[in-house]
Design a protein around this ligand. Structure first.
Ligand code: 4AD
Ligand code: MG
Length: 433
C-alpha cells in the first residue's frame, strides 16, 4: 500500500482512491456516521466512516478506539466545503490499527499551563503546536538558504567551555571529569572569532545556555542561537546583514507557508510589509523615548522588560539600538573611537512590545585594547589566553551577532509566550519531561 501525506491531499494534488495513516486527533459519531480527524506528520484530515460502507463490526471497532490510537485508512478523496481544509476522505477500508491503551489525558477543554507542561511529551501532538513546529523548520531552512546564497559557511563550536562570553551571572556549571570551572556555552562567539581566520564568513545554528534566574515570557535556559561572524566588517555592515536576513526569513514564511502563519496568529501581509533597512536609533535616543513614556531609566542602565515594552510599542517594524554604554556590554565590544564611553554595538528590537531579538556588534581586534577590556571587566586574562592570542596573528576588524531563534519566531507569529516556539522548552523550573 502506498500512503499519501495528508498535506498533499489538502493541497489538492490527489484524487480518487488513496491510503493514509496517522493518529486519531478527534472523533465523533452519530446515526451510523463517524467523523474522524486523522493527524499525520503533515496535517489534519477529516475522514468519514459510514456504517453501511464498512460494516457493523468494523464500525463498532473504530467507534471504540480511544483518541490518539493510530491506524491506516483507505478510501476516496472528495471535495467538501464543510471539512477543515476543504477535502475529506470517505473511508472504505481499514488496515493496521494501533489502539491507544487508555483515555487520552489531553481533552478538548482548557487545561492549565502546568498540566500541559507536565504532559508536554503528548501535547507536542497538538495541531496548534504542530503548525508552529512546521513553521520553525521552515524558518531554519530559510535562514540556511540565505546563508548559502550569500557565501557563508556553517561551522560549529563546542558547548563545554571554560570562560564566560556574556557575563558570569548566567553561567551553568558543569561537572567535567576532574576539571573545575567548566560551563555550558552562552554563545559560540569566541570560537567564531577564531574560525573567521579559517573559513571567512561563517554561521551556526546551535543551542546556547543561560542560567536565567527569572521566569518570563521570553527567556529560556536553553535556546537556539543563530549566530554569524564576519571578518572585514564593521557595525554598520553587520546591521545590513541582520536586516537582509530577518527580512528574507519573514518573506519566506509569508510566501511559502501563508496559511500556517495565519493559523499561528499572524497575518502574512504584515510580514511581507517588512522592508530593509530597519530604522537605527542611538542608545541615547532610546533612553529619551523610554523616559518620555514615563518609565524610569537613567543613562547607563540596561533595558529590561519594563523599558523594552514601551520603547518597542512605538515602532511597527524592527529597529536597531546602537551605541550601548560599555558598562552594560561584555568586554569584547569595541569602544567607539569618537566616544569612549559607548561601544560599537547594536541590538535589534522587535516591535509591538516583543523587544530584543538580536545582540551583536564590532569586536575589539587590537591586542592591548582587548587585554585592558578583560581586566576592566574583572575577568582573569588566563581564561581568555587563547582568545587574546587571536589578536597576535592577522587580526582584522570583524563583527557578528546572535539571533534568538525562539524570540524571532515568537514575534513573527505574534505569540504570547516563548514556550510554544520550541518542542520541549527549558526554563528554571522545567527540565522534565
Ligand atoms: O544579546 P546576547 O546575549 O548576545 C550574545 O550572546 C552575543 N555573544 C552574540 C554574538 O554576537 N554572536 O544574545 C543574543 C540573542 C538575544 O538578542 C536574544 O534574541 C537571544 O540571543 N537570547 C535568548 N533567547 C531566549 N532565552 C534567553 N535566555 C536568551 N538570551 C539571549
Ligand atoms: Mg543582548
Amino acid at each position: 500500500m502506498v500512503f499519501i501525506d495528508v498535506a498533499d491531499i489538502l493541497a489538492g494534488g490527489v484524487s480518487g482512491g488513496v491510503s493514509v495513516r496517522g493518529w486519531i486527533n478527534n472523533s465523533r459519531s452519530s446515526g451510523g456516521i463517524m467523523f474522524m480527524l486523522l493527524r499525520d506528520g503533515s496535517g489534519l484530515l477529516q475522514c468519514t466512516v459510514r456504517r453501511e460502507a464498512v460494516g457493523e463490526e468494523l464500525y463498532g471497532k473504530l467507534e471504540g478506539l480511544h483518541l490518539e490510537s493510530a491506524l491506516e485508512l483507505s478510501g476516496t478523496v472528495r471535495e467538501d466545503g464543510r471539512a477543515p481544509g476543504g477535502r475529506e476522505l470517505s473511508v472504505e477500508g481499514v488496515g493496521a490499527v494501533y489502539p491507544a491503551k487508555l483515555d487520552y489525558p489531553i481533552v478538548r477543554k482548557e487545561h492549565g499551563v502546568e498540566f500541559l507542561a507536565d504532559n508536554r511529551h503528548l501535547y507536542v501532538r497538538d495541531p496548534r503546536l504542530q503548525n508552529i513546529f512546521h513553521i520553525r523548520a521552515k524558518f531554519l531552512e530559510a535562514a540556511r538558504d540565505w546563508f548559502r546564497e550569500h557565501g557563508y559557511t556553517e561551522t560549529q563550536s563546542p558547548s563545554f567551555m571554560t570562560a564566560s562570553v556574556e557575563g558570569g551571572s548566567t553561567l551553568f556549571n558543569v561537572e567535567y571529569f576532574e576539571r573545575e570551572g567548566v560551563y555550558l556555552t552562552q554563545s559560540w562567539q569566541l570560537y567564531a572569532e577564531a574560525m573567521i581566520s579559517s573559513l571567512g564568513k561563517i554561521y551556526t545554528i546551535a543551542p546556547s545556555f543561560r542560567a536565567e534566574p527569572h521566569r518570563t515570557r521570553r527567556h529560556l535556559s536553553e535556546f537556539w542561537h543563530l549566530e554569524l561572524e564576519e571578518p572585514w566588517t564593521d557595525l554598520a555592515g553587520i546591521m545590513d546583514t541582520g536586516d537582509a536576513l530577518v527580512t528574507h526569513i519573514a518573506h519566506t514564511l509569508a510566501n511559502d507557508v501563508p496559511e500556517k502563519v495565519r493559523k499561528a496568529g499572524r497575518d502574512p501581509a504584515e510580514l511581507l510589509k517588512l522592508e530593509t533597512p530597519f530604522p537605527r536609533i542611538s542608545y541615547d535616543e532610546a533612553v529619551e523615548i523610554v523616559q518620555g513614556e514615563g518609565v524610569e531609566m537613567f543613562w547607563g542602565d540596561d533595558f529590561g522588560w519594563q523599558q523594552e515594552g514601551p520603547l518597542t510599542r512605538k515602532f511597527d517594524s524592527p529597529f536597531w539600538v546602537v551605541g550601548f554604554p560599555s558598562g552594560i556590554k561584555p568586554f569584547y565590544h569595541m569602544p567607539d573611537p569618537d566616544r569612549a564611553e559607548v561601544t560599537m554595538s547594536g541590538d535589534l528590537m522587535a516591535p509591538e512590545g516583543y523587544g530584543e531579538i538580536i545582540g551583536g556588534g564590532q569586536r575589539v581586534h587590537d591586542y592591548d585594547q582587548l587585554h585592558q577590556r578583560v581586566l576592566d571587566d574583572g575577568l582573569d586574562p588566563e581564561n581568555y589566553s587563547w582568545y587574546l592570542d587571536l589578536r597576535r596573528w592577522g587580526t582584522v576588524p570583524h563583527s557578528g551577532f546572535g539571533l534568538g531563534v525562539e524570540r524571532v519566531i515568537m514575534w513573527m507569529l505574534g505569540l504570547e509566550h516563548i514556550r510554544d516556539t520550541i518542542p520541549f522548552p527549558r526554563d528554571m523550573r522545567r527540565v522534565f519531561p
